[in-house]
Design a protein around this ligand. Structure first.
Ligand SMILES: [Zn+2]
Length: 504
């Protein structure tokens, strides 16, 4: 039996009322690292991203831009899709909820399953609606009469809607989260969800009047006066992209029978993912996600990323200026597992320089030393070199250290463990001074030559390990280093199989 695990990972799907900003890219990079890390360890991985095209605020933005909604949404969604290249994302699939033929049948099937379970009913409703959240907000959840997430006053809305019997799932959800069959990380987010559930769950509205949706979105099956609530629609993307609606095989492979189903999301949408979504799946008698990782937000000079505040940073401007490696490395080295991170260009610049000075130098020096002094390659080491003990011990530990850190979504701890090896390898070079050994060896010193062999062997091993473990974090840089190492190997290949001299 194969012990390869099957791992399904998703990002949230952002609504597309504007251009992508830096805040969107943190989550994409974090999810990409987790996907690549699992692939590197031999797991089967499917990595999904996409866009929430059916959000009402997309309609508002299109109207404001004087553009047909479908065109506006298509143009913005394309920008999100195209982040994959500059950010080096390894997404396997990208779903657009308005145009993807897999989406609507899946949402309808999910709706009908909840209806069949007796969990959908109609009710007149009056409440305060935040169009930023696309949700009704209880008066207790407001700060000075405004939505704390969007700093806008919600509008009073009264209409007859379909409701989902969330209250029925309170005990089941508590049990699932308390027993960690549904993991929520980090721990303080789990506690936040548990407290919310314990305070009592109310049924929530899962449809909107057709007029209020201005005809945009997916109609309620058998009730064309209503459009399915965009959160019910959007959350379903995680399974509609697996062809849940049309009975394709992917649903069985990647949801029903996969070993892990992980959602990576931002802190603002935790209630939808950790409460509504699992309840909908329980109602529809489908498996739940196994884990939800919640990241915090990026700030700019202490302020929230926002177009109106002029703090919306264009991720492409950052990657053009500093390179994608630097941006990814900054996310992974500096953004804490919990707590907001402050974006400043000089921090990204510092991480770019760290890569050039620490890793770039190490690899360049090692390749130069190897090609000059051991063109036929280093032999397997026959003796122990005391000075290499720390480097070898760190190298042995680093794969597990990375696995453990990424297992709890601690990107900083994972990259710190890898960087410790880089730092130690540089210290090892300075301490053993291989260029001096090479000079002594060329002058005929046999001891120097034997020692040089050991030093270069240890360096070569460390660089190959660092490159391998670097792959999930900086895939293109790792490929570039691999190519340089492979070129070195190819030169040795030529030395092993010398061409025959030309015939006279
Ligand atoms: Zn809001």
């Amino acid at each position: 039996m194969s012990n390869r695990r099957r791992f399904y990972i998703t990002t949230a799907i952002p609504y597309v009322n504007g251009d992508p900003h830096l805040g969107h890219t943190l989550e994409l990079v974090q999810a990409d690292v987790l996907a690549r890390h699992r692939r590197l360890r031999g797991d089967e991985v499917r990595f999904l991203s996409g866009t929430d095209d059916n959000a009402l605020k997309n309609v508002d933005a299109a109207l404001a831009a004087n553009s047909p909604v479908a065109d506006f949404v298509a143009e913005k969604a394309q920008q999100f899709l195209e982040l994959a290249t500059p950010l080096q994302l390894s997404t396997d699939d990208f779903i657009r909820t308005s145009t993807d033929p897999r989406h609507r049948p899946g949402v309808e099937r999910l709706w009908r399953a909840c209806a069949q379970a007796g969990d959908l009913y109609q009710r007149d409703y009056e409440g305060l609606y935040c169009s930023g959240c696309e949700a009704f907000i209880a008066p207790a959840g407001l700060h000075d009469g405004r939505c704390p997430e969007h700093d806008e006053a919600p509008e009073p809305v009264a209409e007859r809607n379909w409701f989902f019997r969330l209250s029925r799932y309170q005990e089941a959800l508590l049990d699932l989260i308390e027993t960690r069959r549904l993991r929520i990380e980090p721990e303080h987010r789990r506690n936040e969800v548990l407290a919310f559930i314990r305070s009592g769950l109310s049924d929530f509205s899962v449809s909107r009047a057709q007029e209020r949706a201005r005809g945009w979105g997916i109609p309620v099956p058998d009730d064309p006066t209503q459009v399915i609530y965009v959160w019910f629609d959007a959350l379903a993307n995680y399974i509609t992209a697996l062809d849940f609606g049309r009975g394709g095989d992917s649903y069985g492979d990647w949801w029903r029978e996969s070993d892990e189903r992980l959602h990576v999301i931002g802190k603002g949408i935790i209630r939808f993912h950790a409460i509504y979504w699992p309840a909908i799946l329980l109602s529809a008698r489908q498996p739940l996600p196994t884990a939800i990782f919640v990241h915090d937000y990026l700030a700019v000079e202490g302020q929230k990323l926002s177009k109106s505040l002029g703090t919306a940073i264009d991720p492409l401007a950052v990657t053009e200026r500093y390179g994608a490696d630097a941006l990814r490395w900054w996310f992974l080295r500096d953004v804490p597992r919990a707590g907001d991170a402050d974006f400043r260009a000089e921090l990204v610049a510092a991480r770019a320089n760290e890569l050039a000075d620490g890793l770039g130098n190490l690899i360049n020096r090692t390749i130069a030393l190897l090609s000059r002094n051991r063109p036929d390659g280093v032999r397997p080491r026959s003796a122990v070199l005391d000075e290499a003990a720390v480097l070898e011990a760190l190298s042995r530990k680093v794969p597990t250290a990375i696995d453990d850190a990424l297992g709890v979504f601690d990107f900083r701890a994972a990259t710190a463990a890898l960087w410790e090896v880089v730092t130690e390898a540089n210290r090892f070079v300075s301490a053993t001074r291989p260029w001096e050994l090479a000079r002594a060896a060329r002058a005929g010193g046999e001891d120097a030559d034997a020692r040089l062999e050991l030093v270069l062997g240890a360096l070569s091993d460390a660089c190959r390990l660092i490159t391998f473990e670097l792959t999930p974090f900086l895939p293109i840089a790792a490929a570039r280093i691999n190519a340089a190492l492979a070129e070195l190997d190819a030169e040795r290949g030529r030395a092993l199989f010398a061409k025959a001299p030309a015939l006279a």
